[in-house]
Design a protein around this ligand. Structure first.
Ligand SMILES: *Cc1c(COP(=O)(O)O)cnc(C)c1O
Length: 227
């Protein structure tokens, strides 16, 4: 079942990429594994998948051991409280939910203490929905410059969640805005080629995200079923 769903999602990714003249190899598939058991995740890893995302530090830790026999990357994609920073380092390869200066400073401090570095994406609230975390679009460049001052954090790009609506134009605008912020940052910082990641697109808006330049789609339900 999971393996079949994976094939379907990958086929859809490839089809949409081809339709818009994009190389399917330039778009990574992240398996969003919140509420999914380690056993089911293992089925996907055994099928060749290499990237998973978790929303909660606790879940990340709980499944860590059980998944360790299959090499893979794990990204933290949920809201991260500053008091959980020490628990996430060592478990996550990338923090996609970096959205405020205080969190960046806390991460930097802890990473210095442990003599480590970590990858991160800046989460931008492109829809403006009050229920969503993420930095406001107009404050994103300021936060980027702050994070650039944190030498333990390697900022790789941006992440967003599309508007929660049936209106495709509204969803598309979110993804276009993320791309614009990336271009502004690249202009401001010159050769900023390390800032290439655009993590956007979920089960119901994956196609729009790929069309708008996503380099990483985060898919849960289409693979593991409804939560
Ligand atoms: C749950 C979640 C997803 C996956 O959503 P689906 O609709 O299950 O594909 C992607 N990104 C984030 C940040 C999530 O919390």
């Amino acid at each position: 079942m999971i393996v079949e769903k994976l094939k379907q999602v990958r086929a859809q990714m490839a089809a949409v990429a081809a339709q818009h003249g994009r190389d399917p190899g330039s778009i990574r598939l992240m398996l969003v594994t919140k509420t999914v058991s380690a056993e089911r995740i293992m089925t996907a890893l055994a099928a060749g998948e290499t990237l998973i995302g978790e929303n909660k530090v606790q879940e990340l830790q709980a499944k860590y051991e059980a998944l360790s026999s299959h090499p893979h990357e794990t990204h933290m994609i949920g809201h991260l409280q500053t008091n959980k920073v020490k628990d996430v380092i060592g478990y996550a390869d990338c923090i996609q939910s970096l959205d405020r200066v205080k969190l960046a400073h806390k991460l930097q401090q802890r990473l210095e203490f442990e003599d480590k570095t970590i990858d991160a994406l800046l989460q931008v609230n492109t829809s403006g929905e009050a229920s969503k975390f993420g930095i406001a679009p107009e404050e994103a460049l300021t936060l980027i410059s702050e994070v650039r001052g944190c030498d333990r954090i390697r900022l790789r790009g941006l992440m967003t969640i599309g508007a929660n609506t049936e209106d495709e134009d509204d969803i598309r605008r979110c993804f276009q805005l993320l791309k614009q912020i990336q271009q502004q940052a690249q202009q401001r910082y010159g050769d900023y080629s390390d800032f290439a990641e655009l993590s956007m697109g979920m089960t119901y808006d994956m196609a729009i995200a790929i069309e708008e330049g996503s380099t990483m789609v985060r898919i849960g339900r289409a693979i593991f079923g409804e939560r």
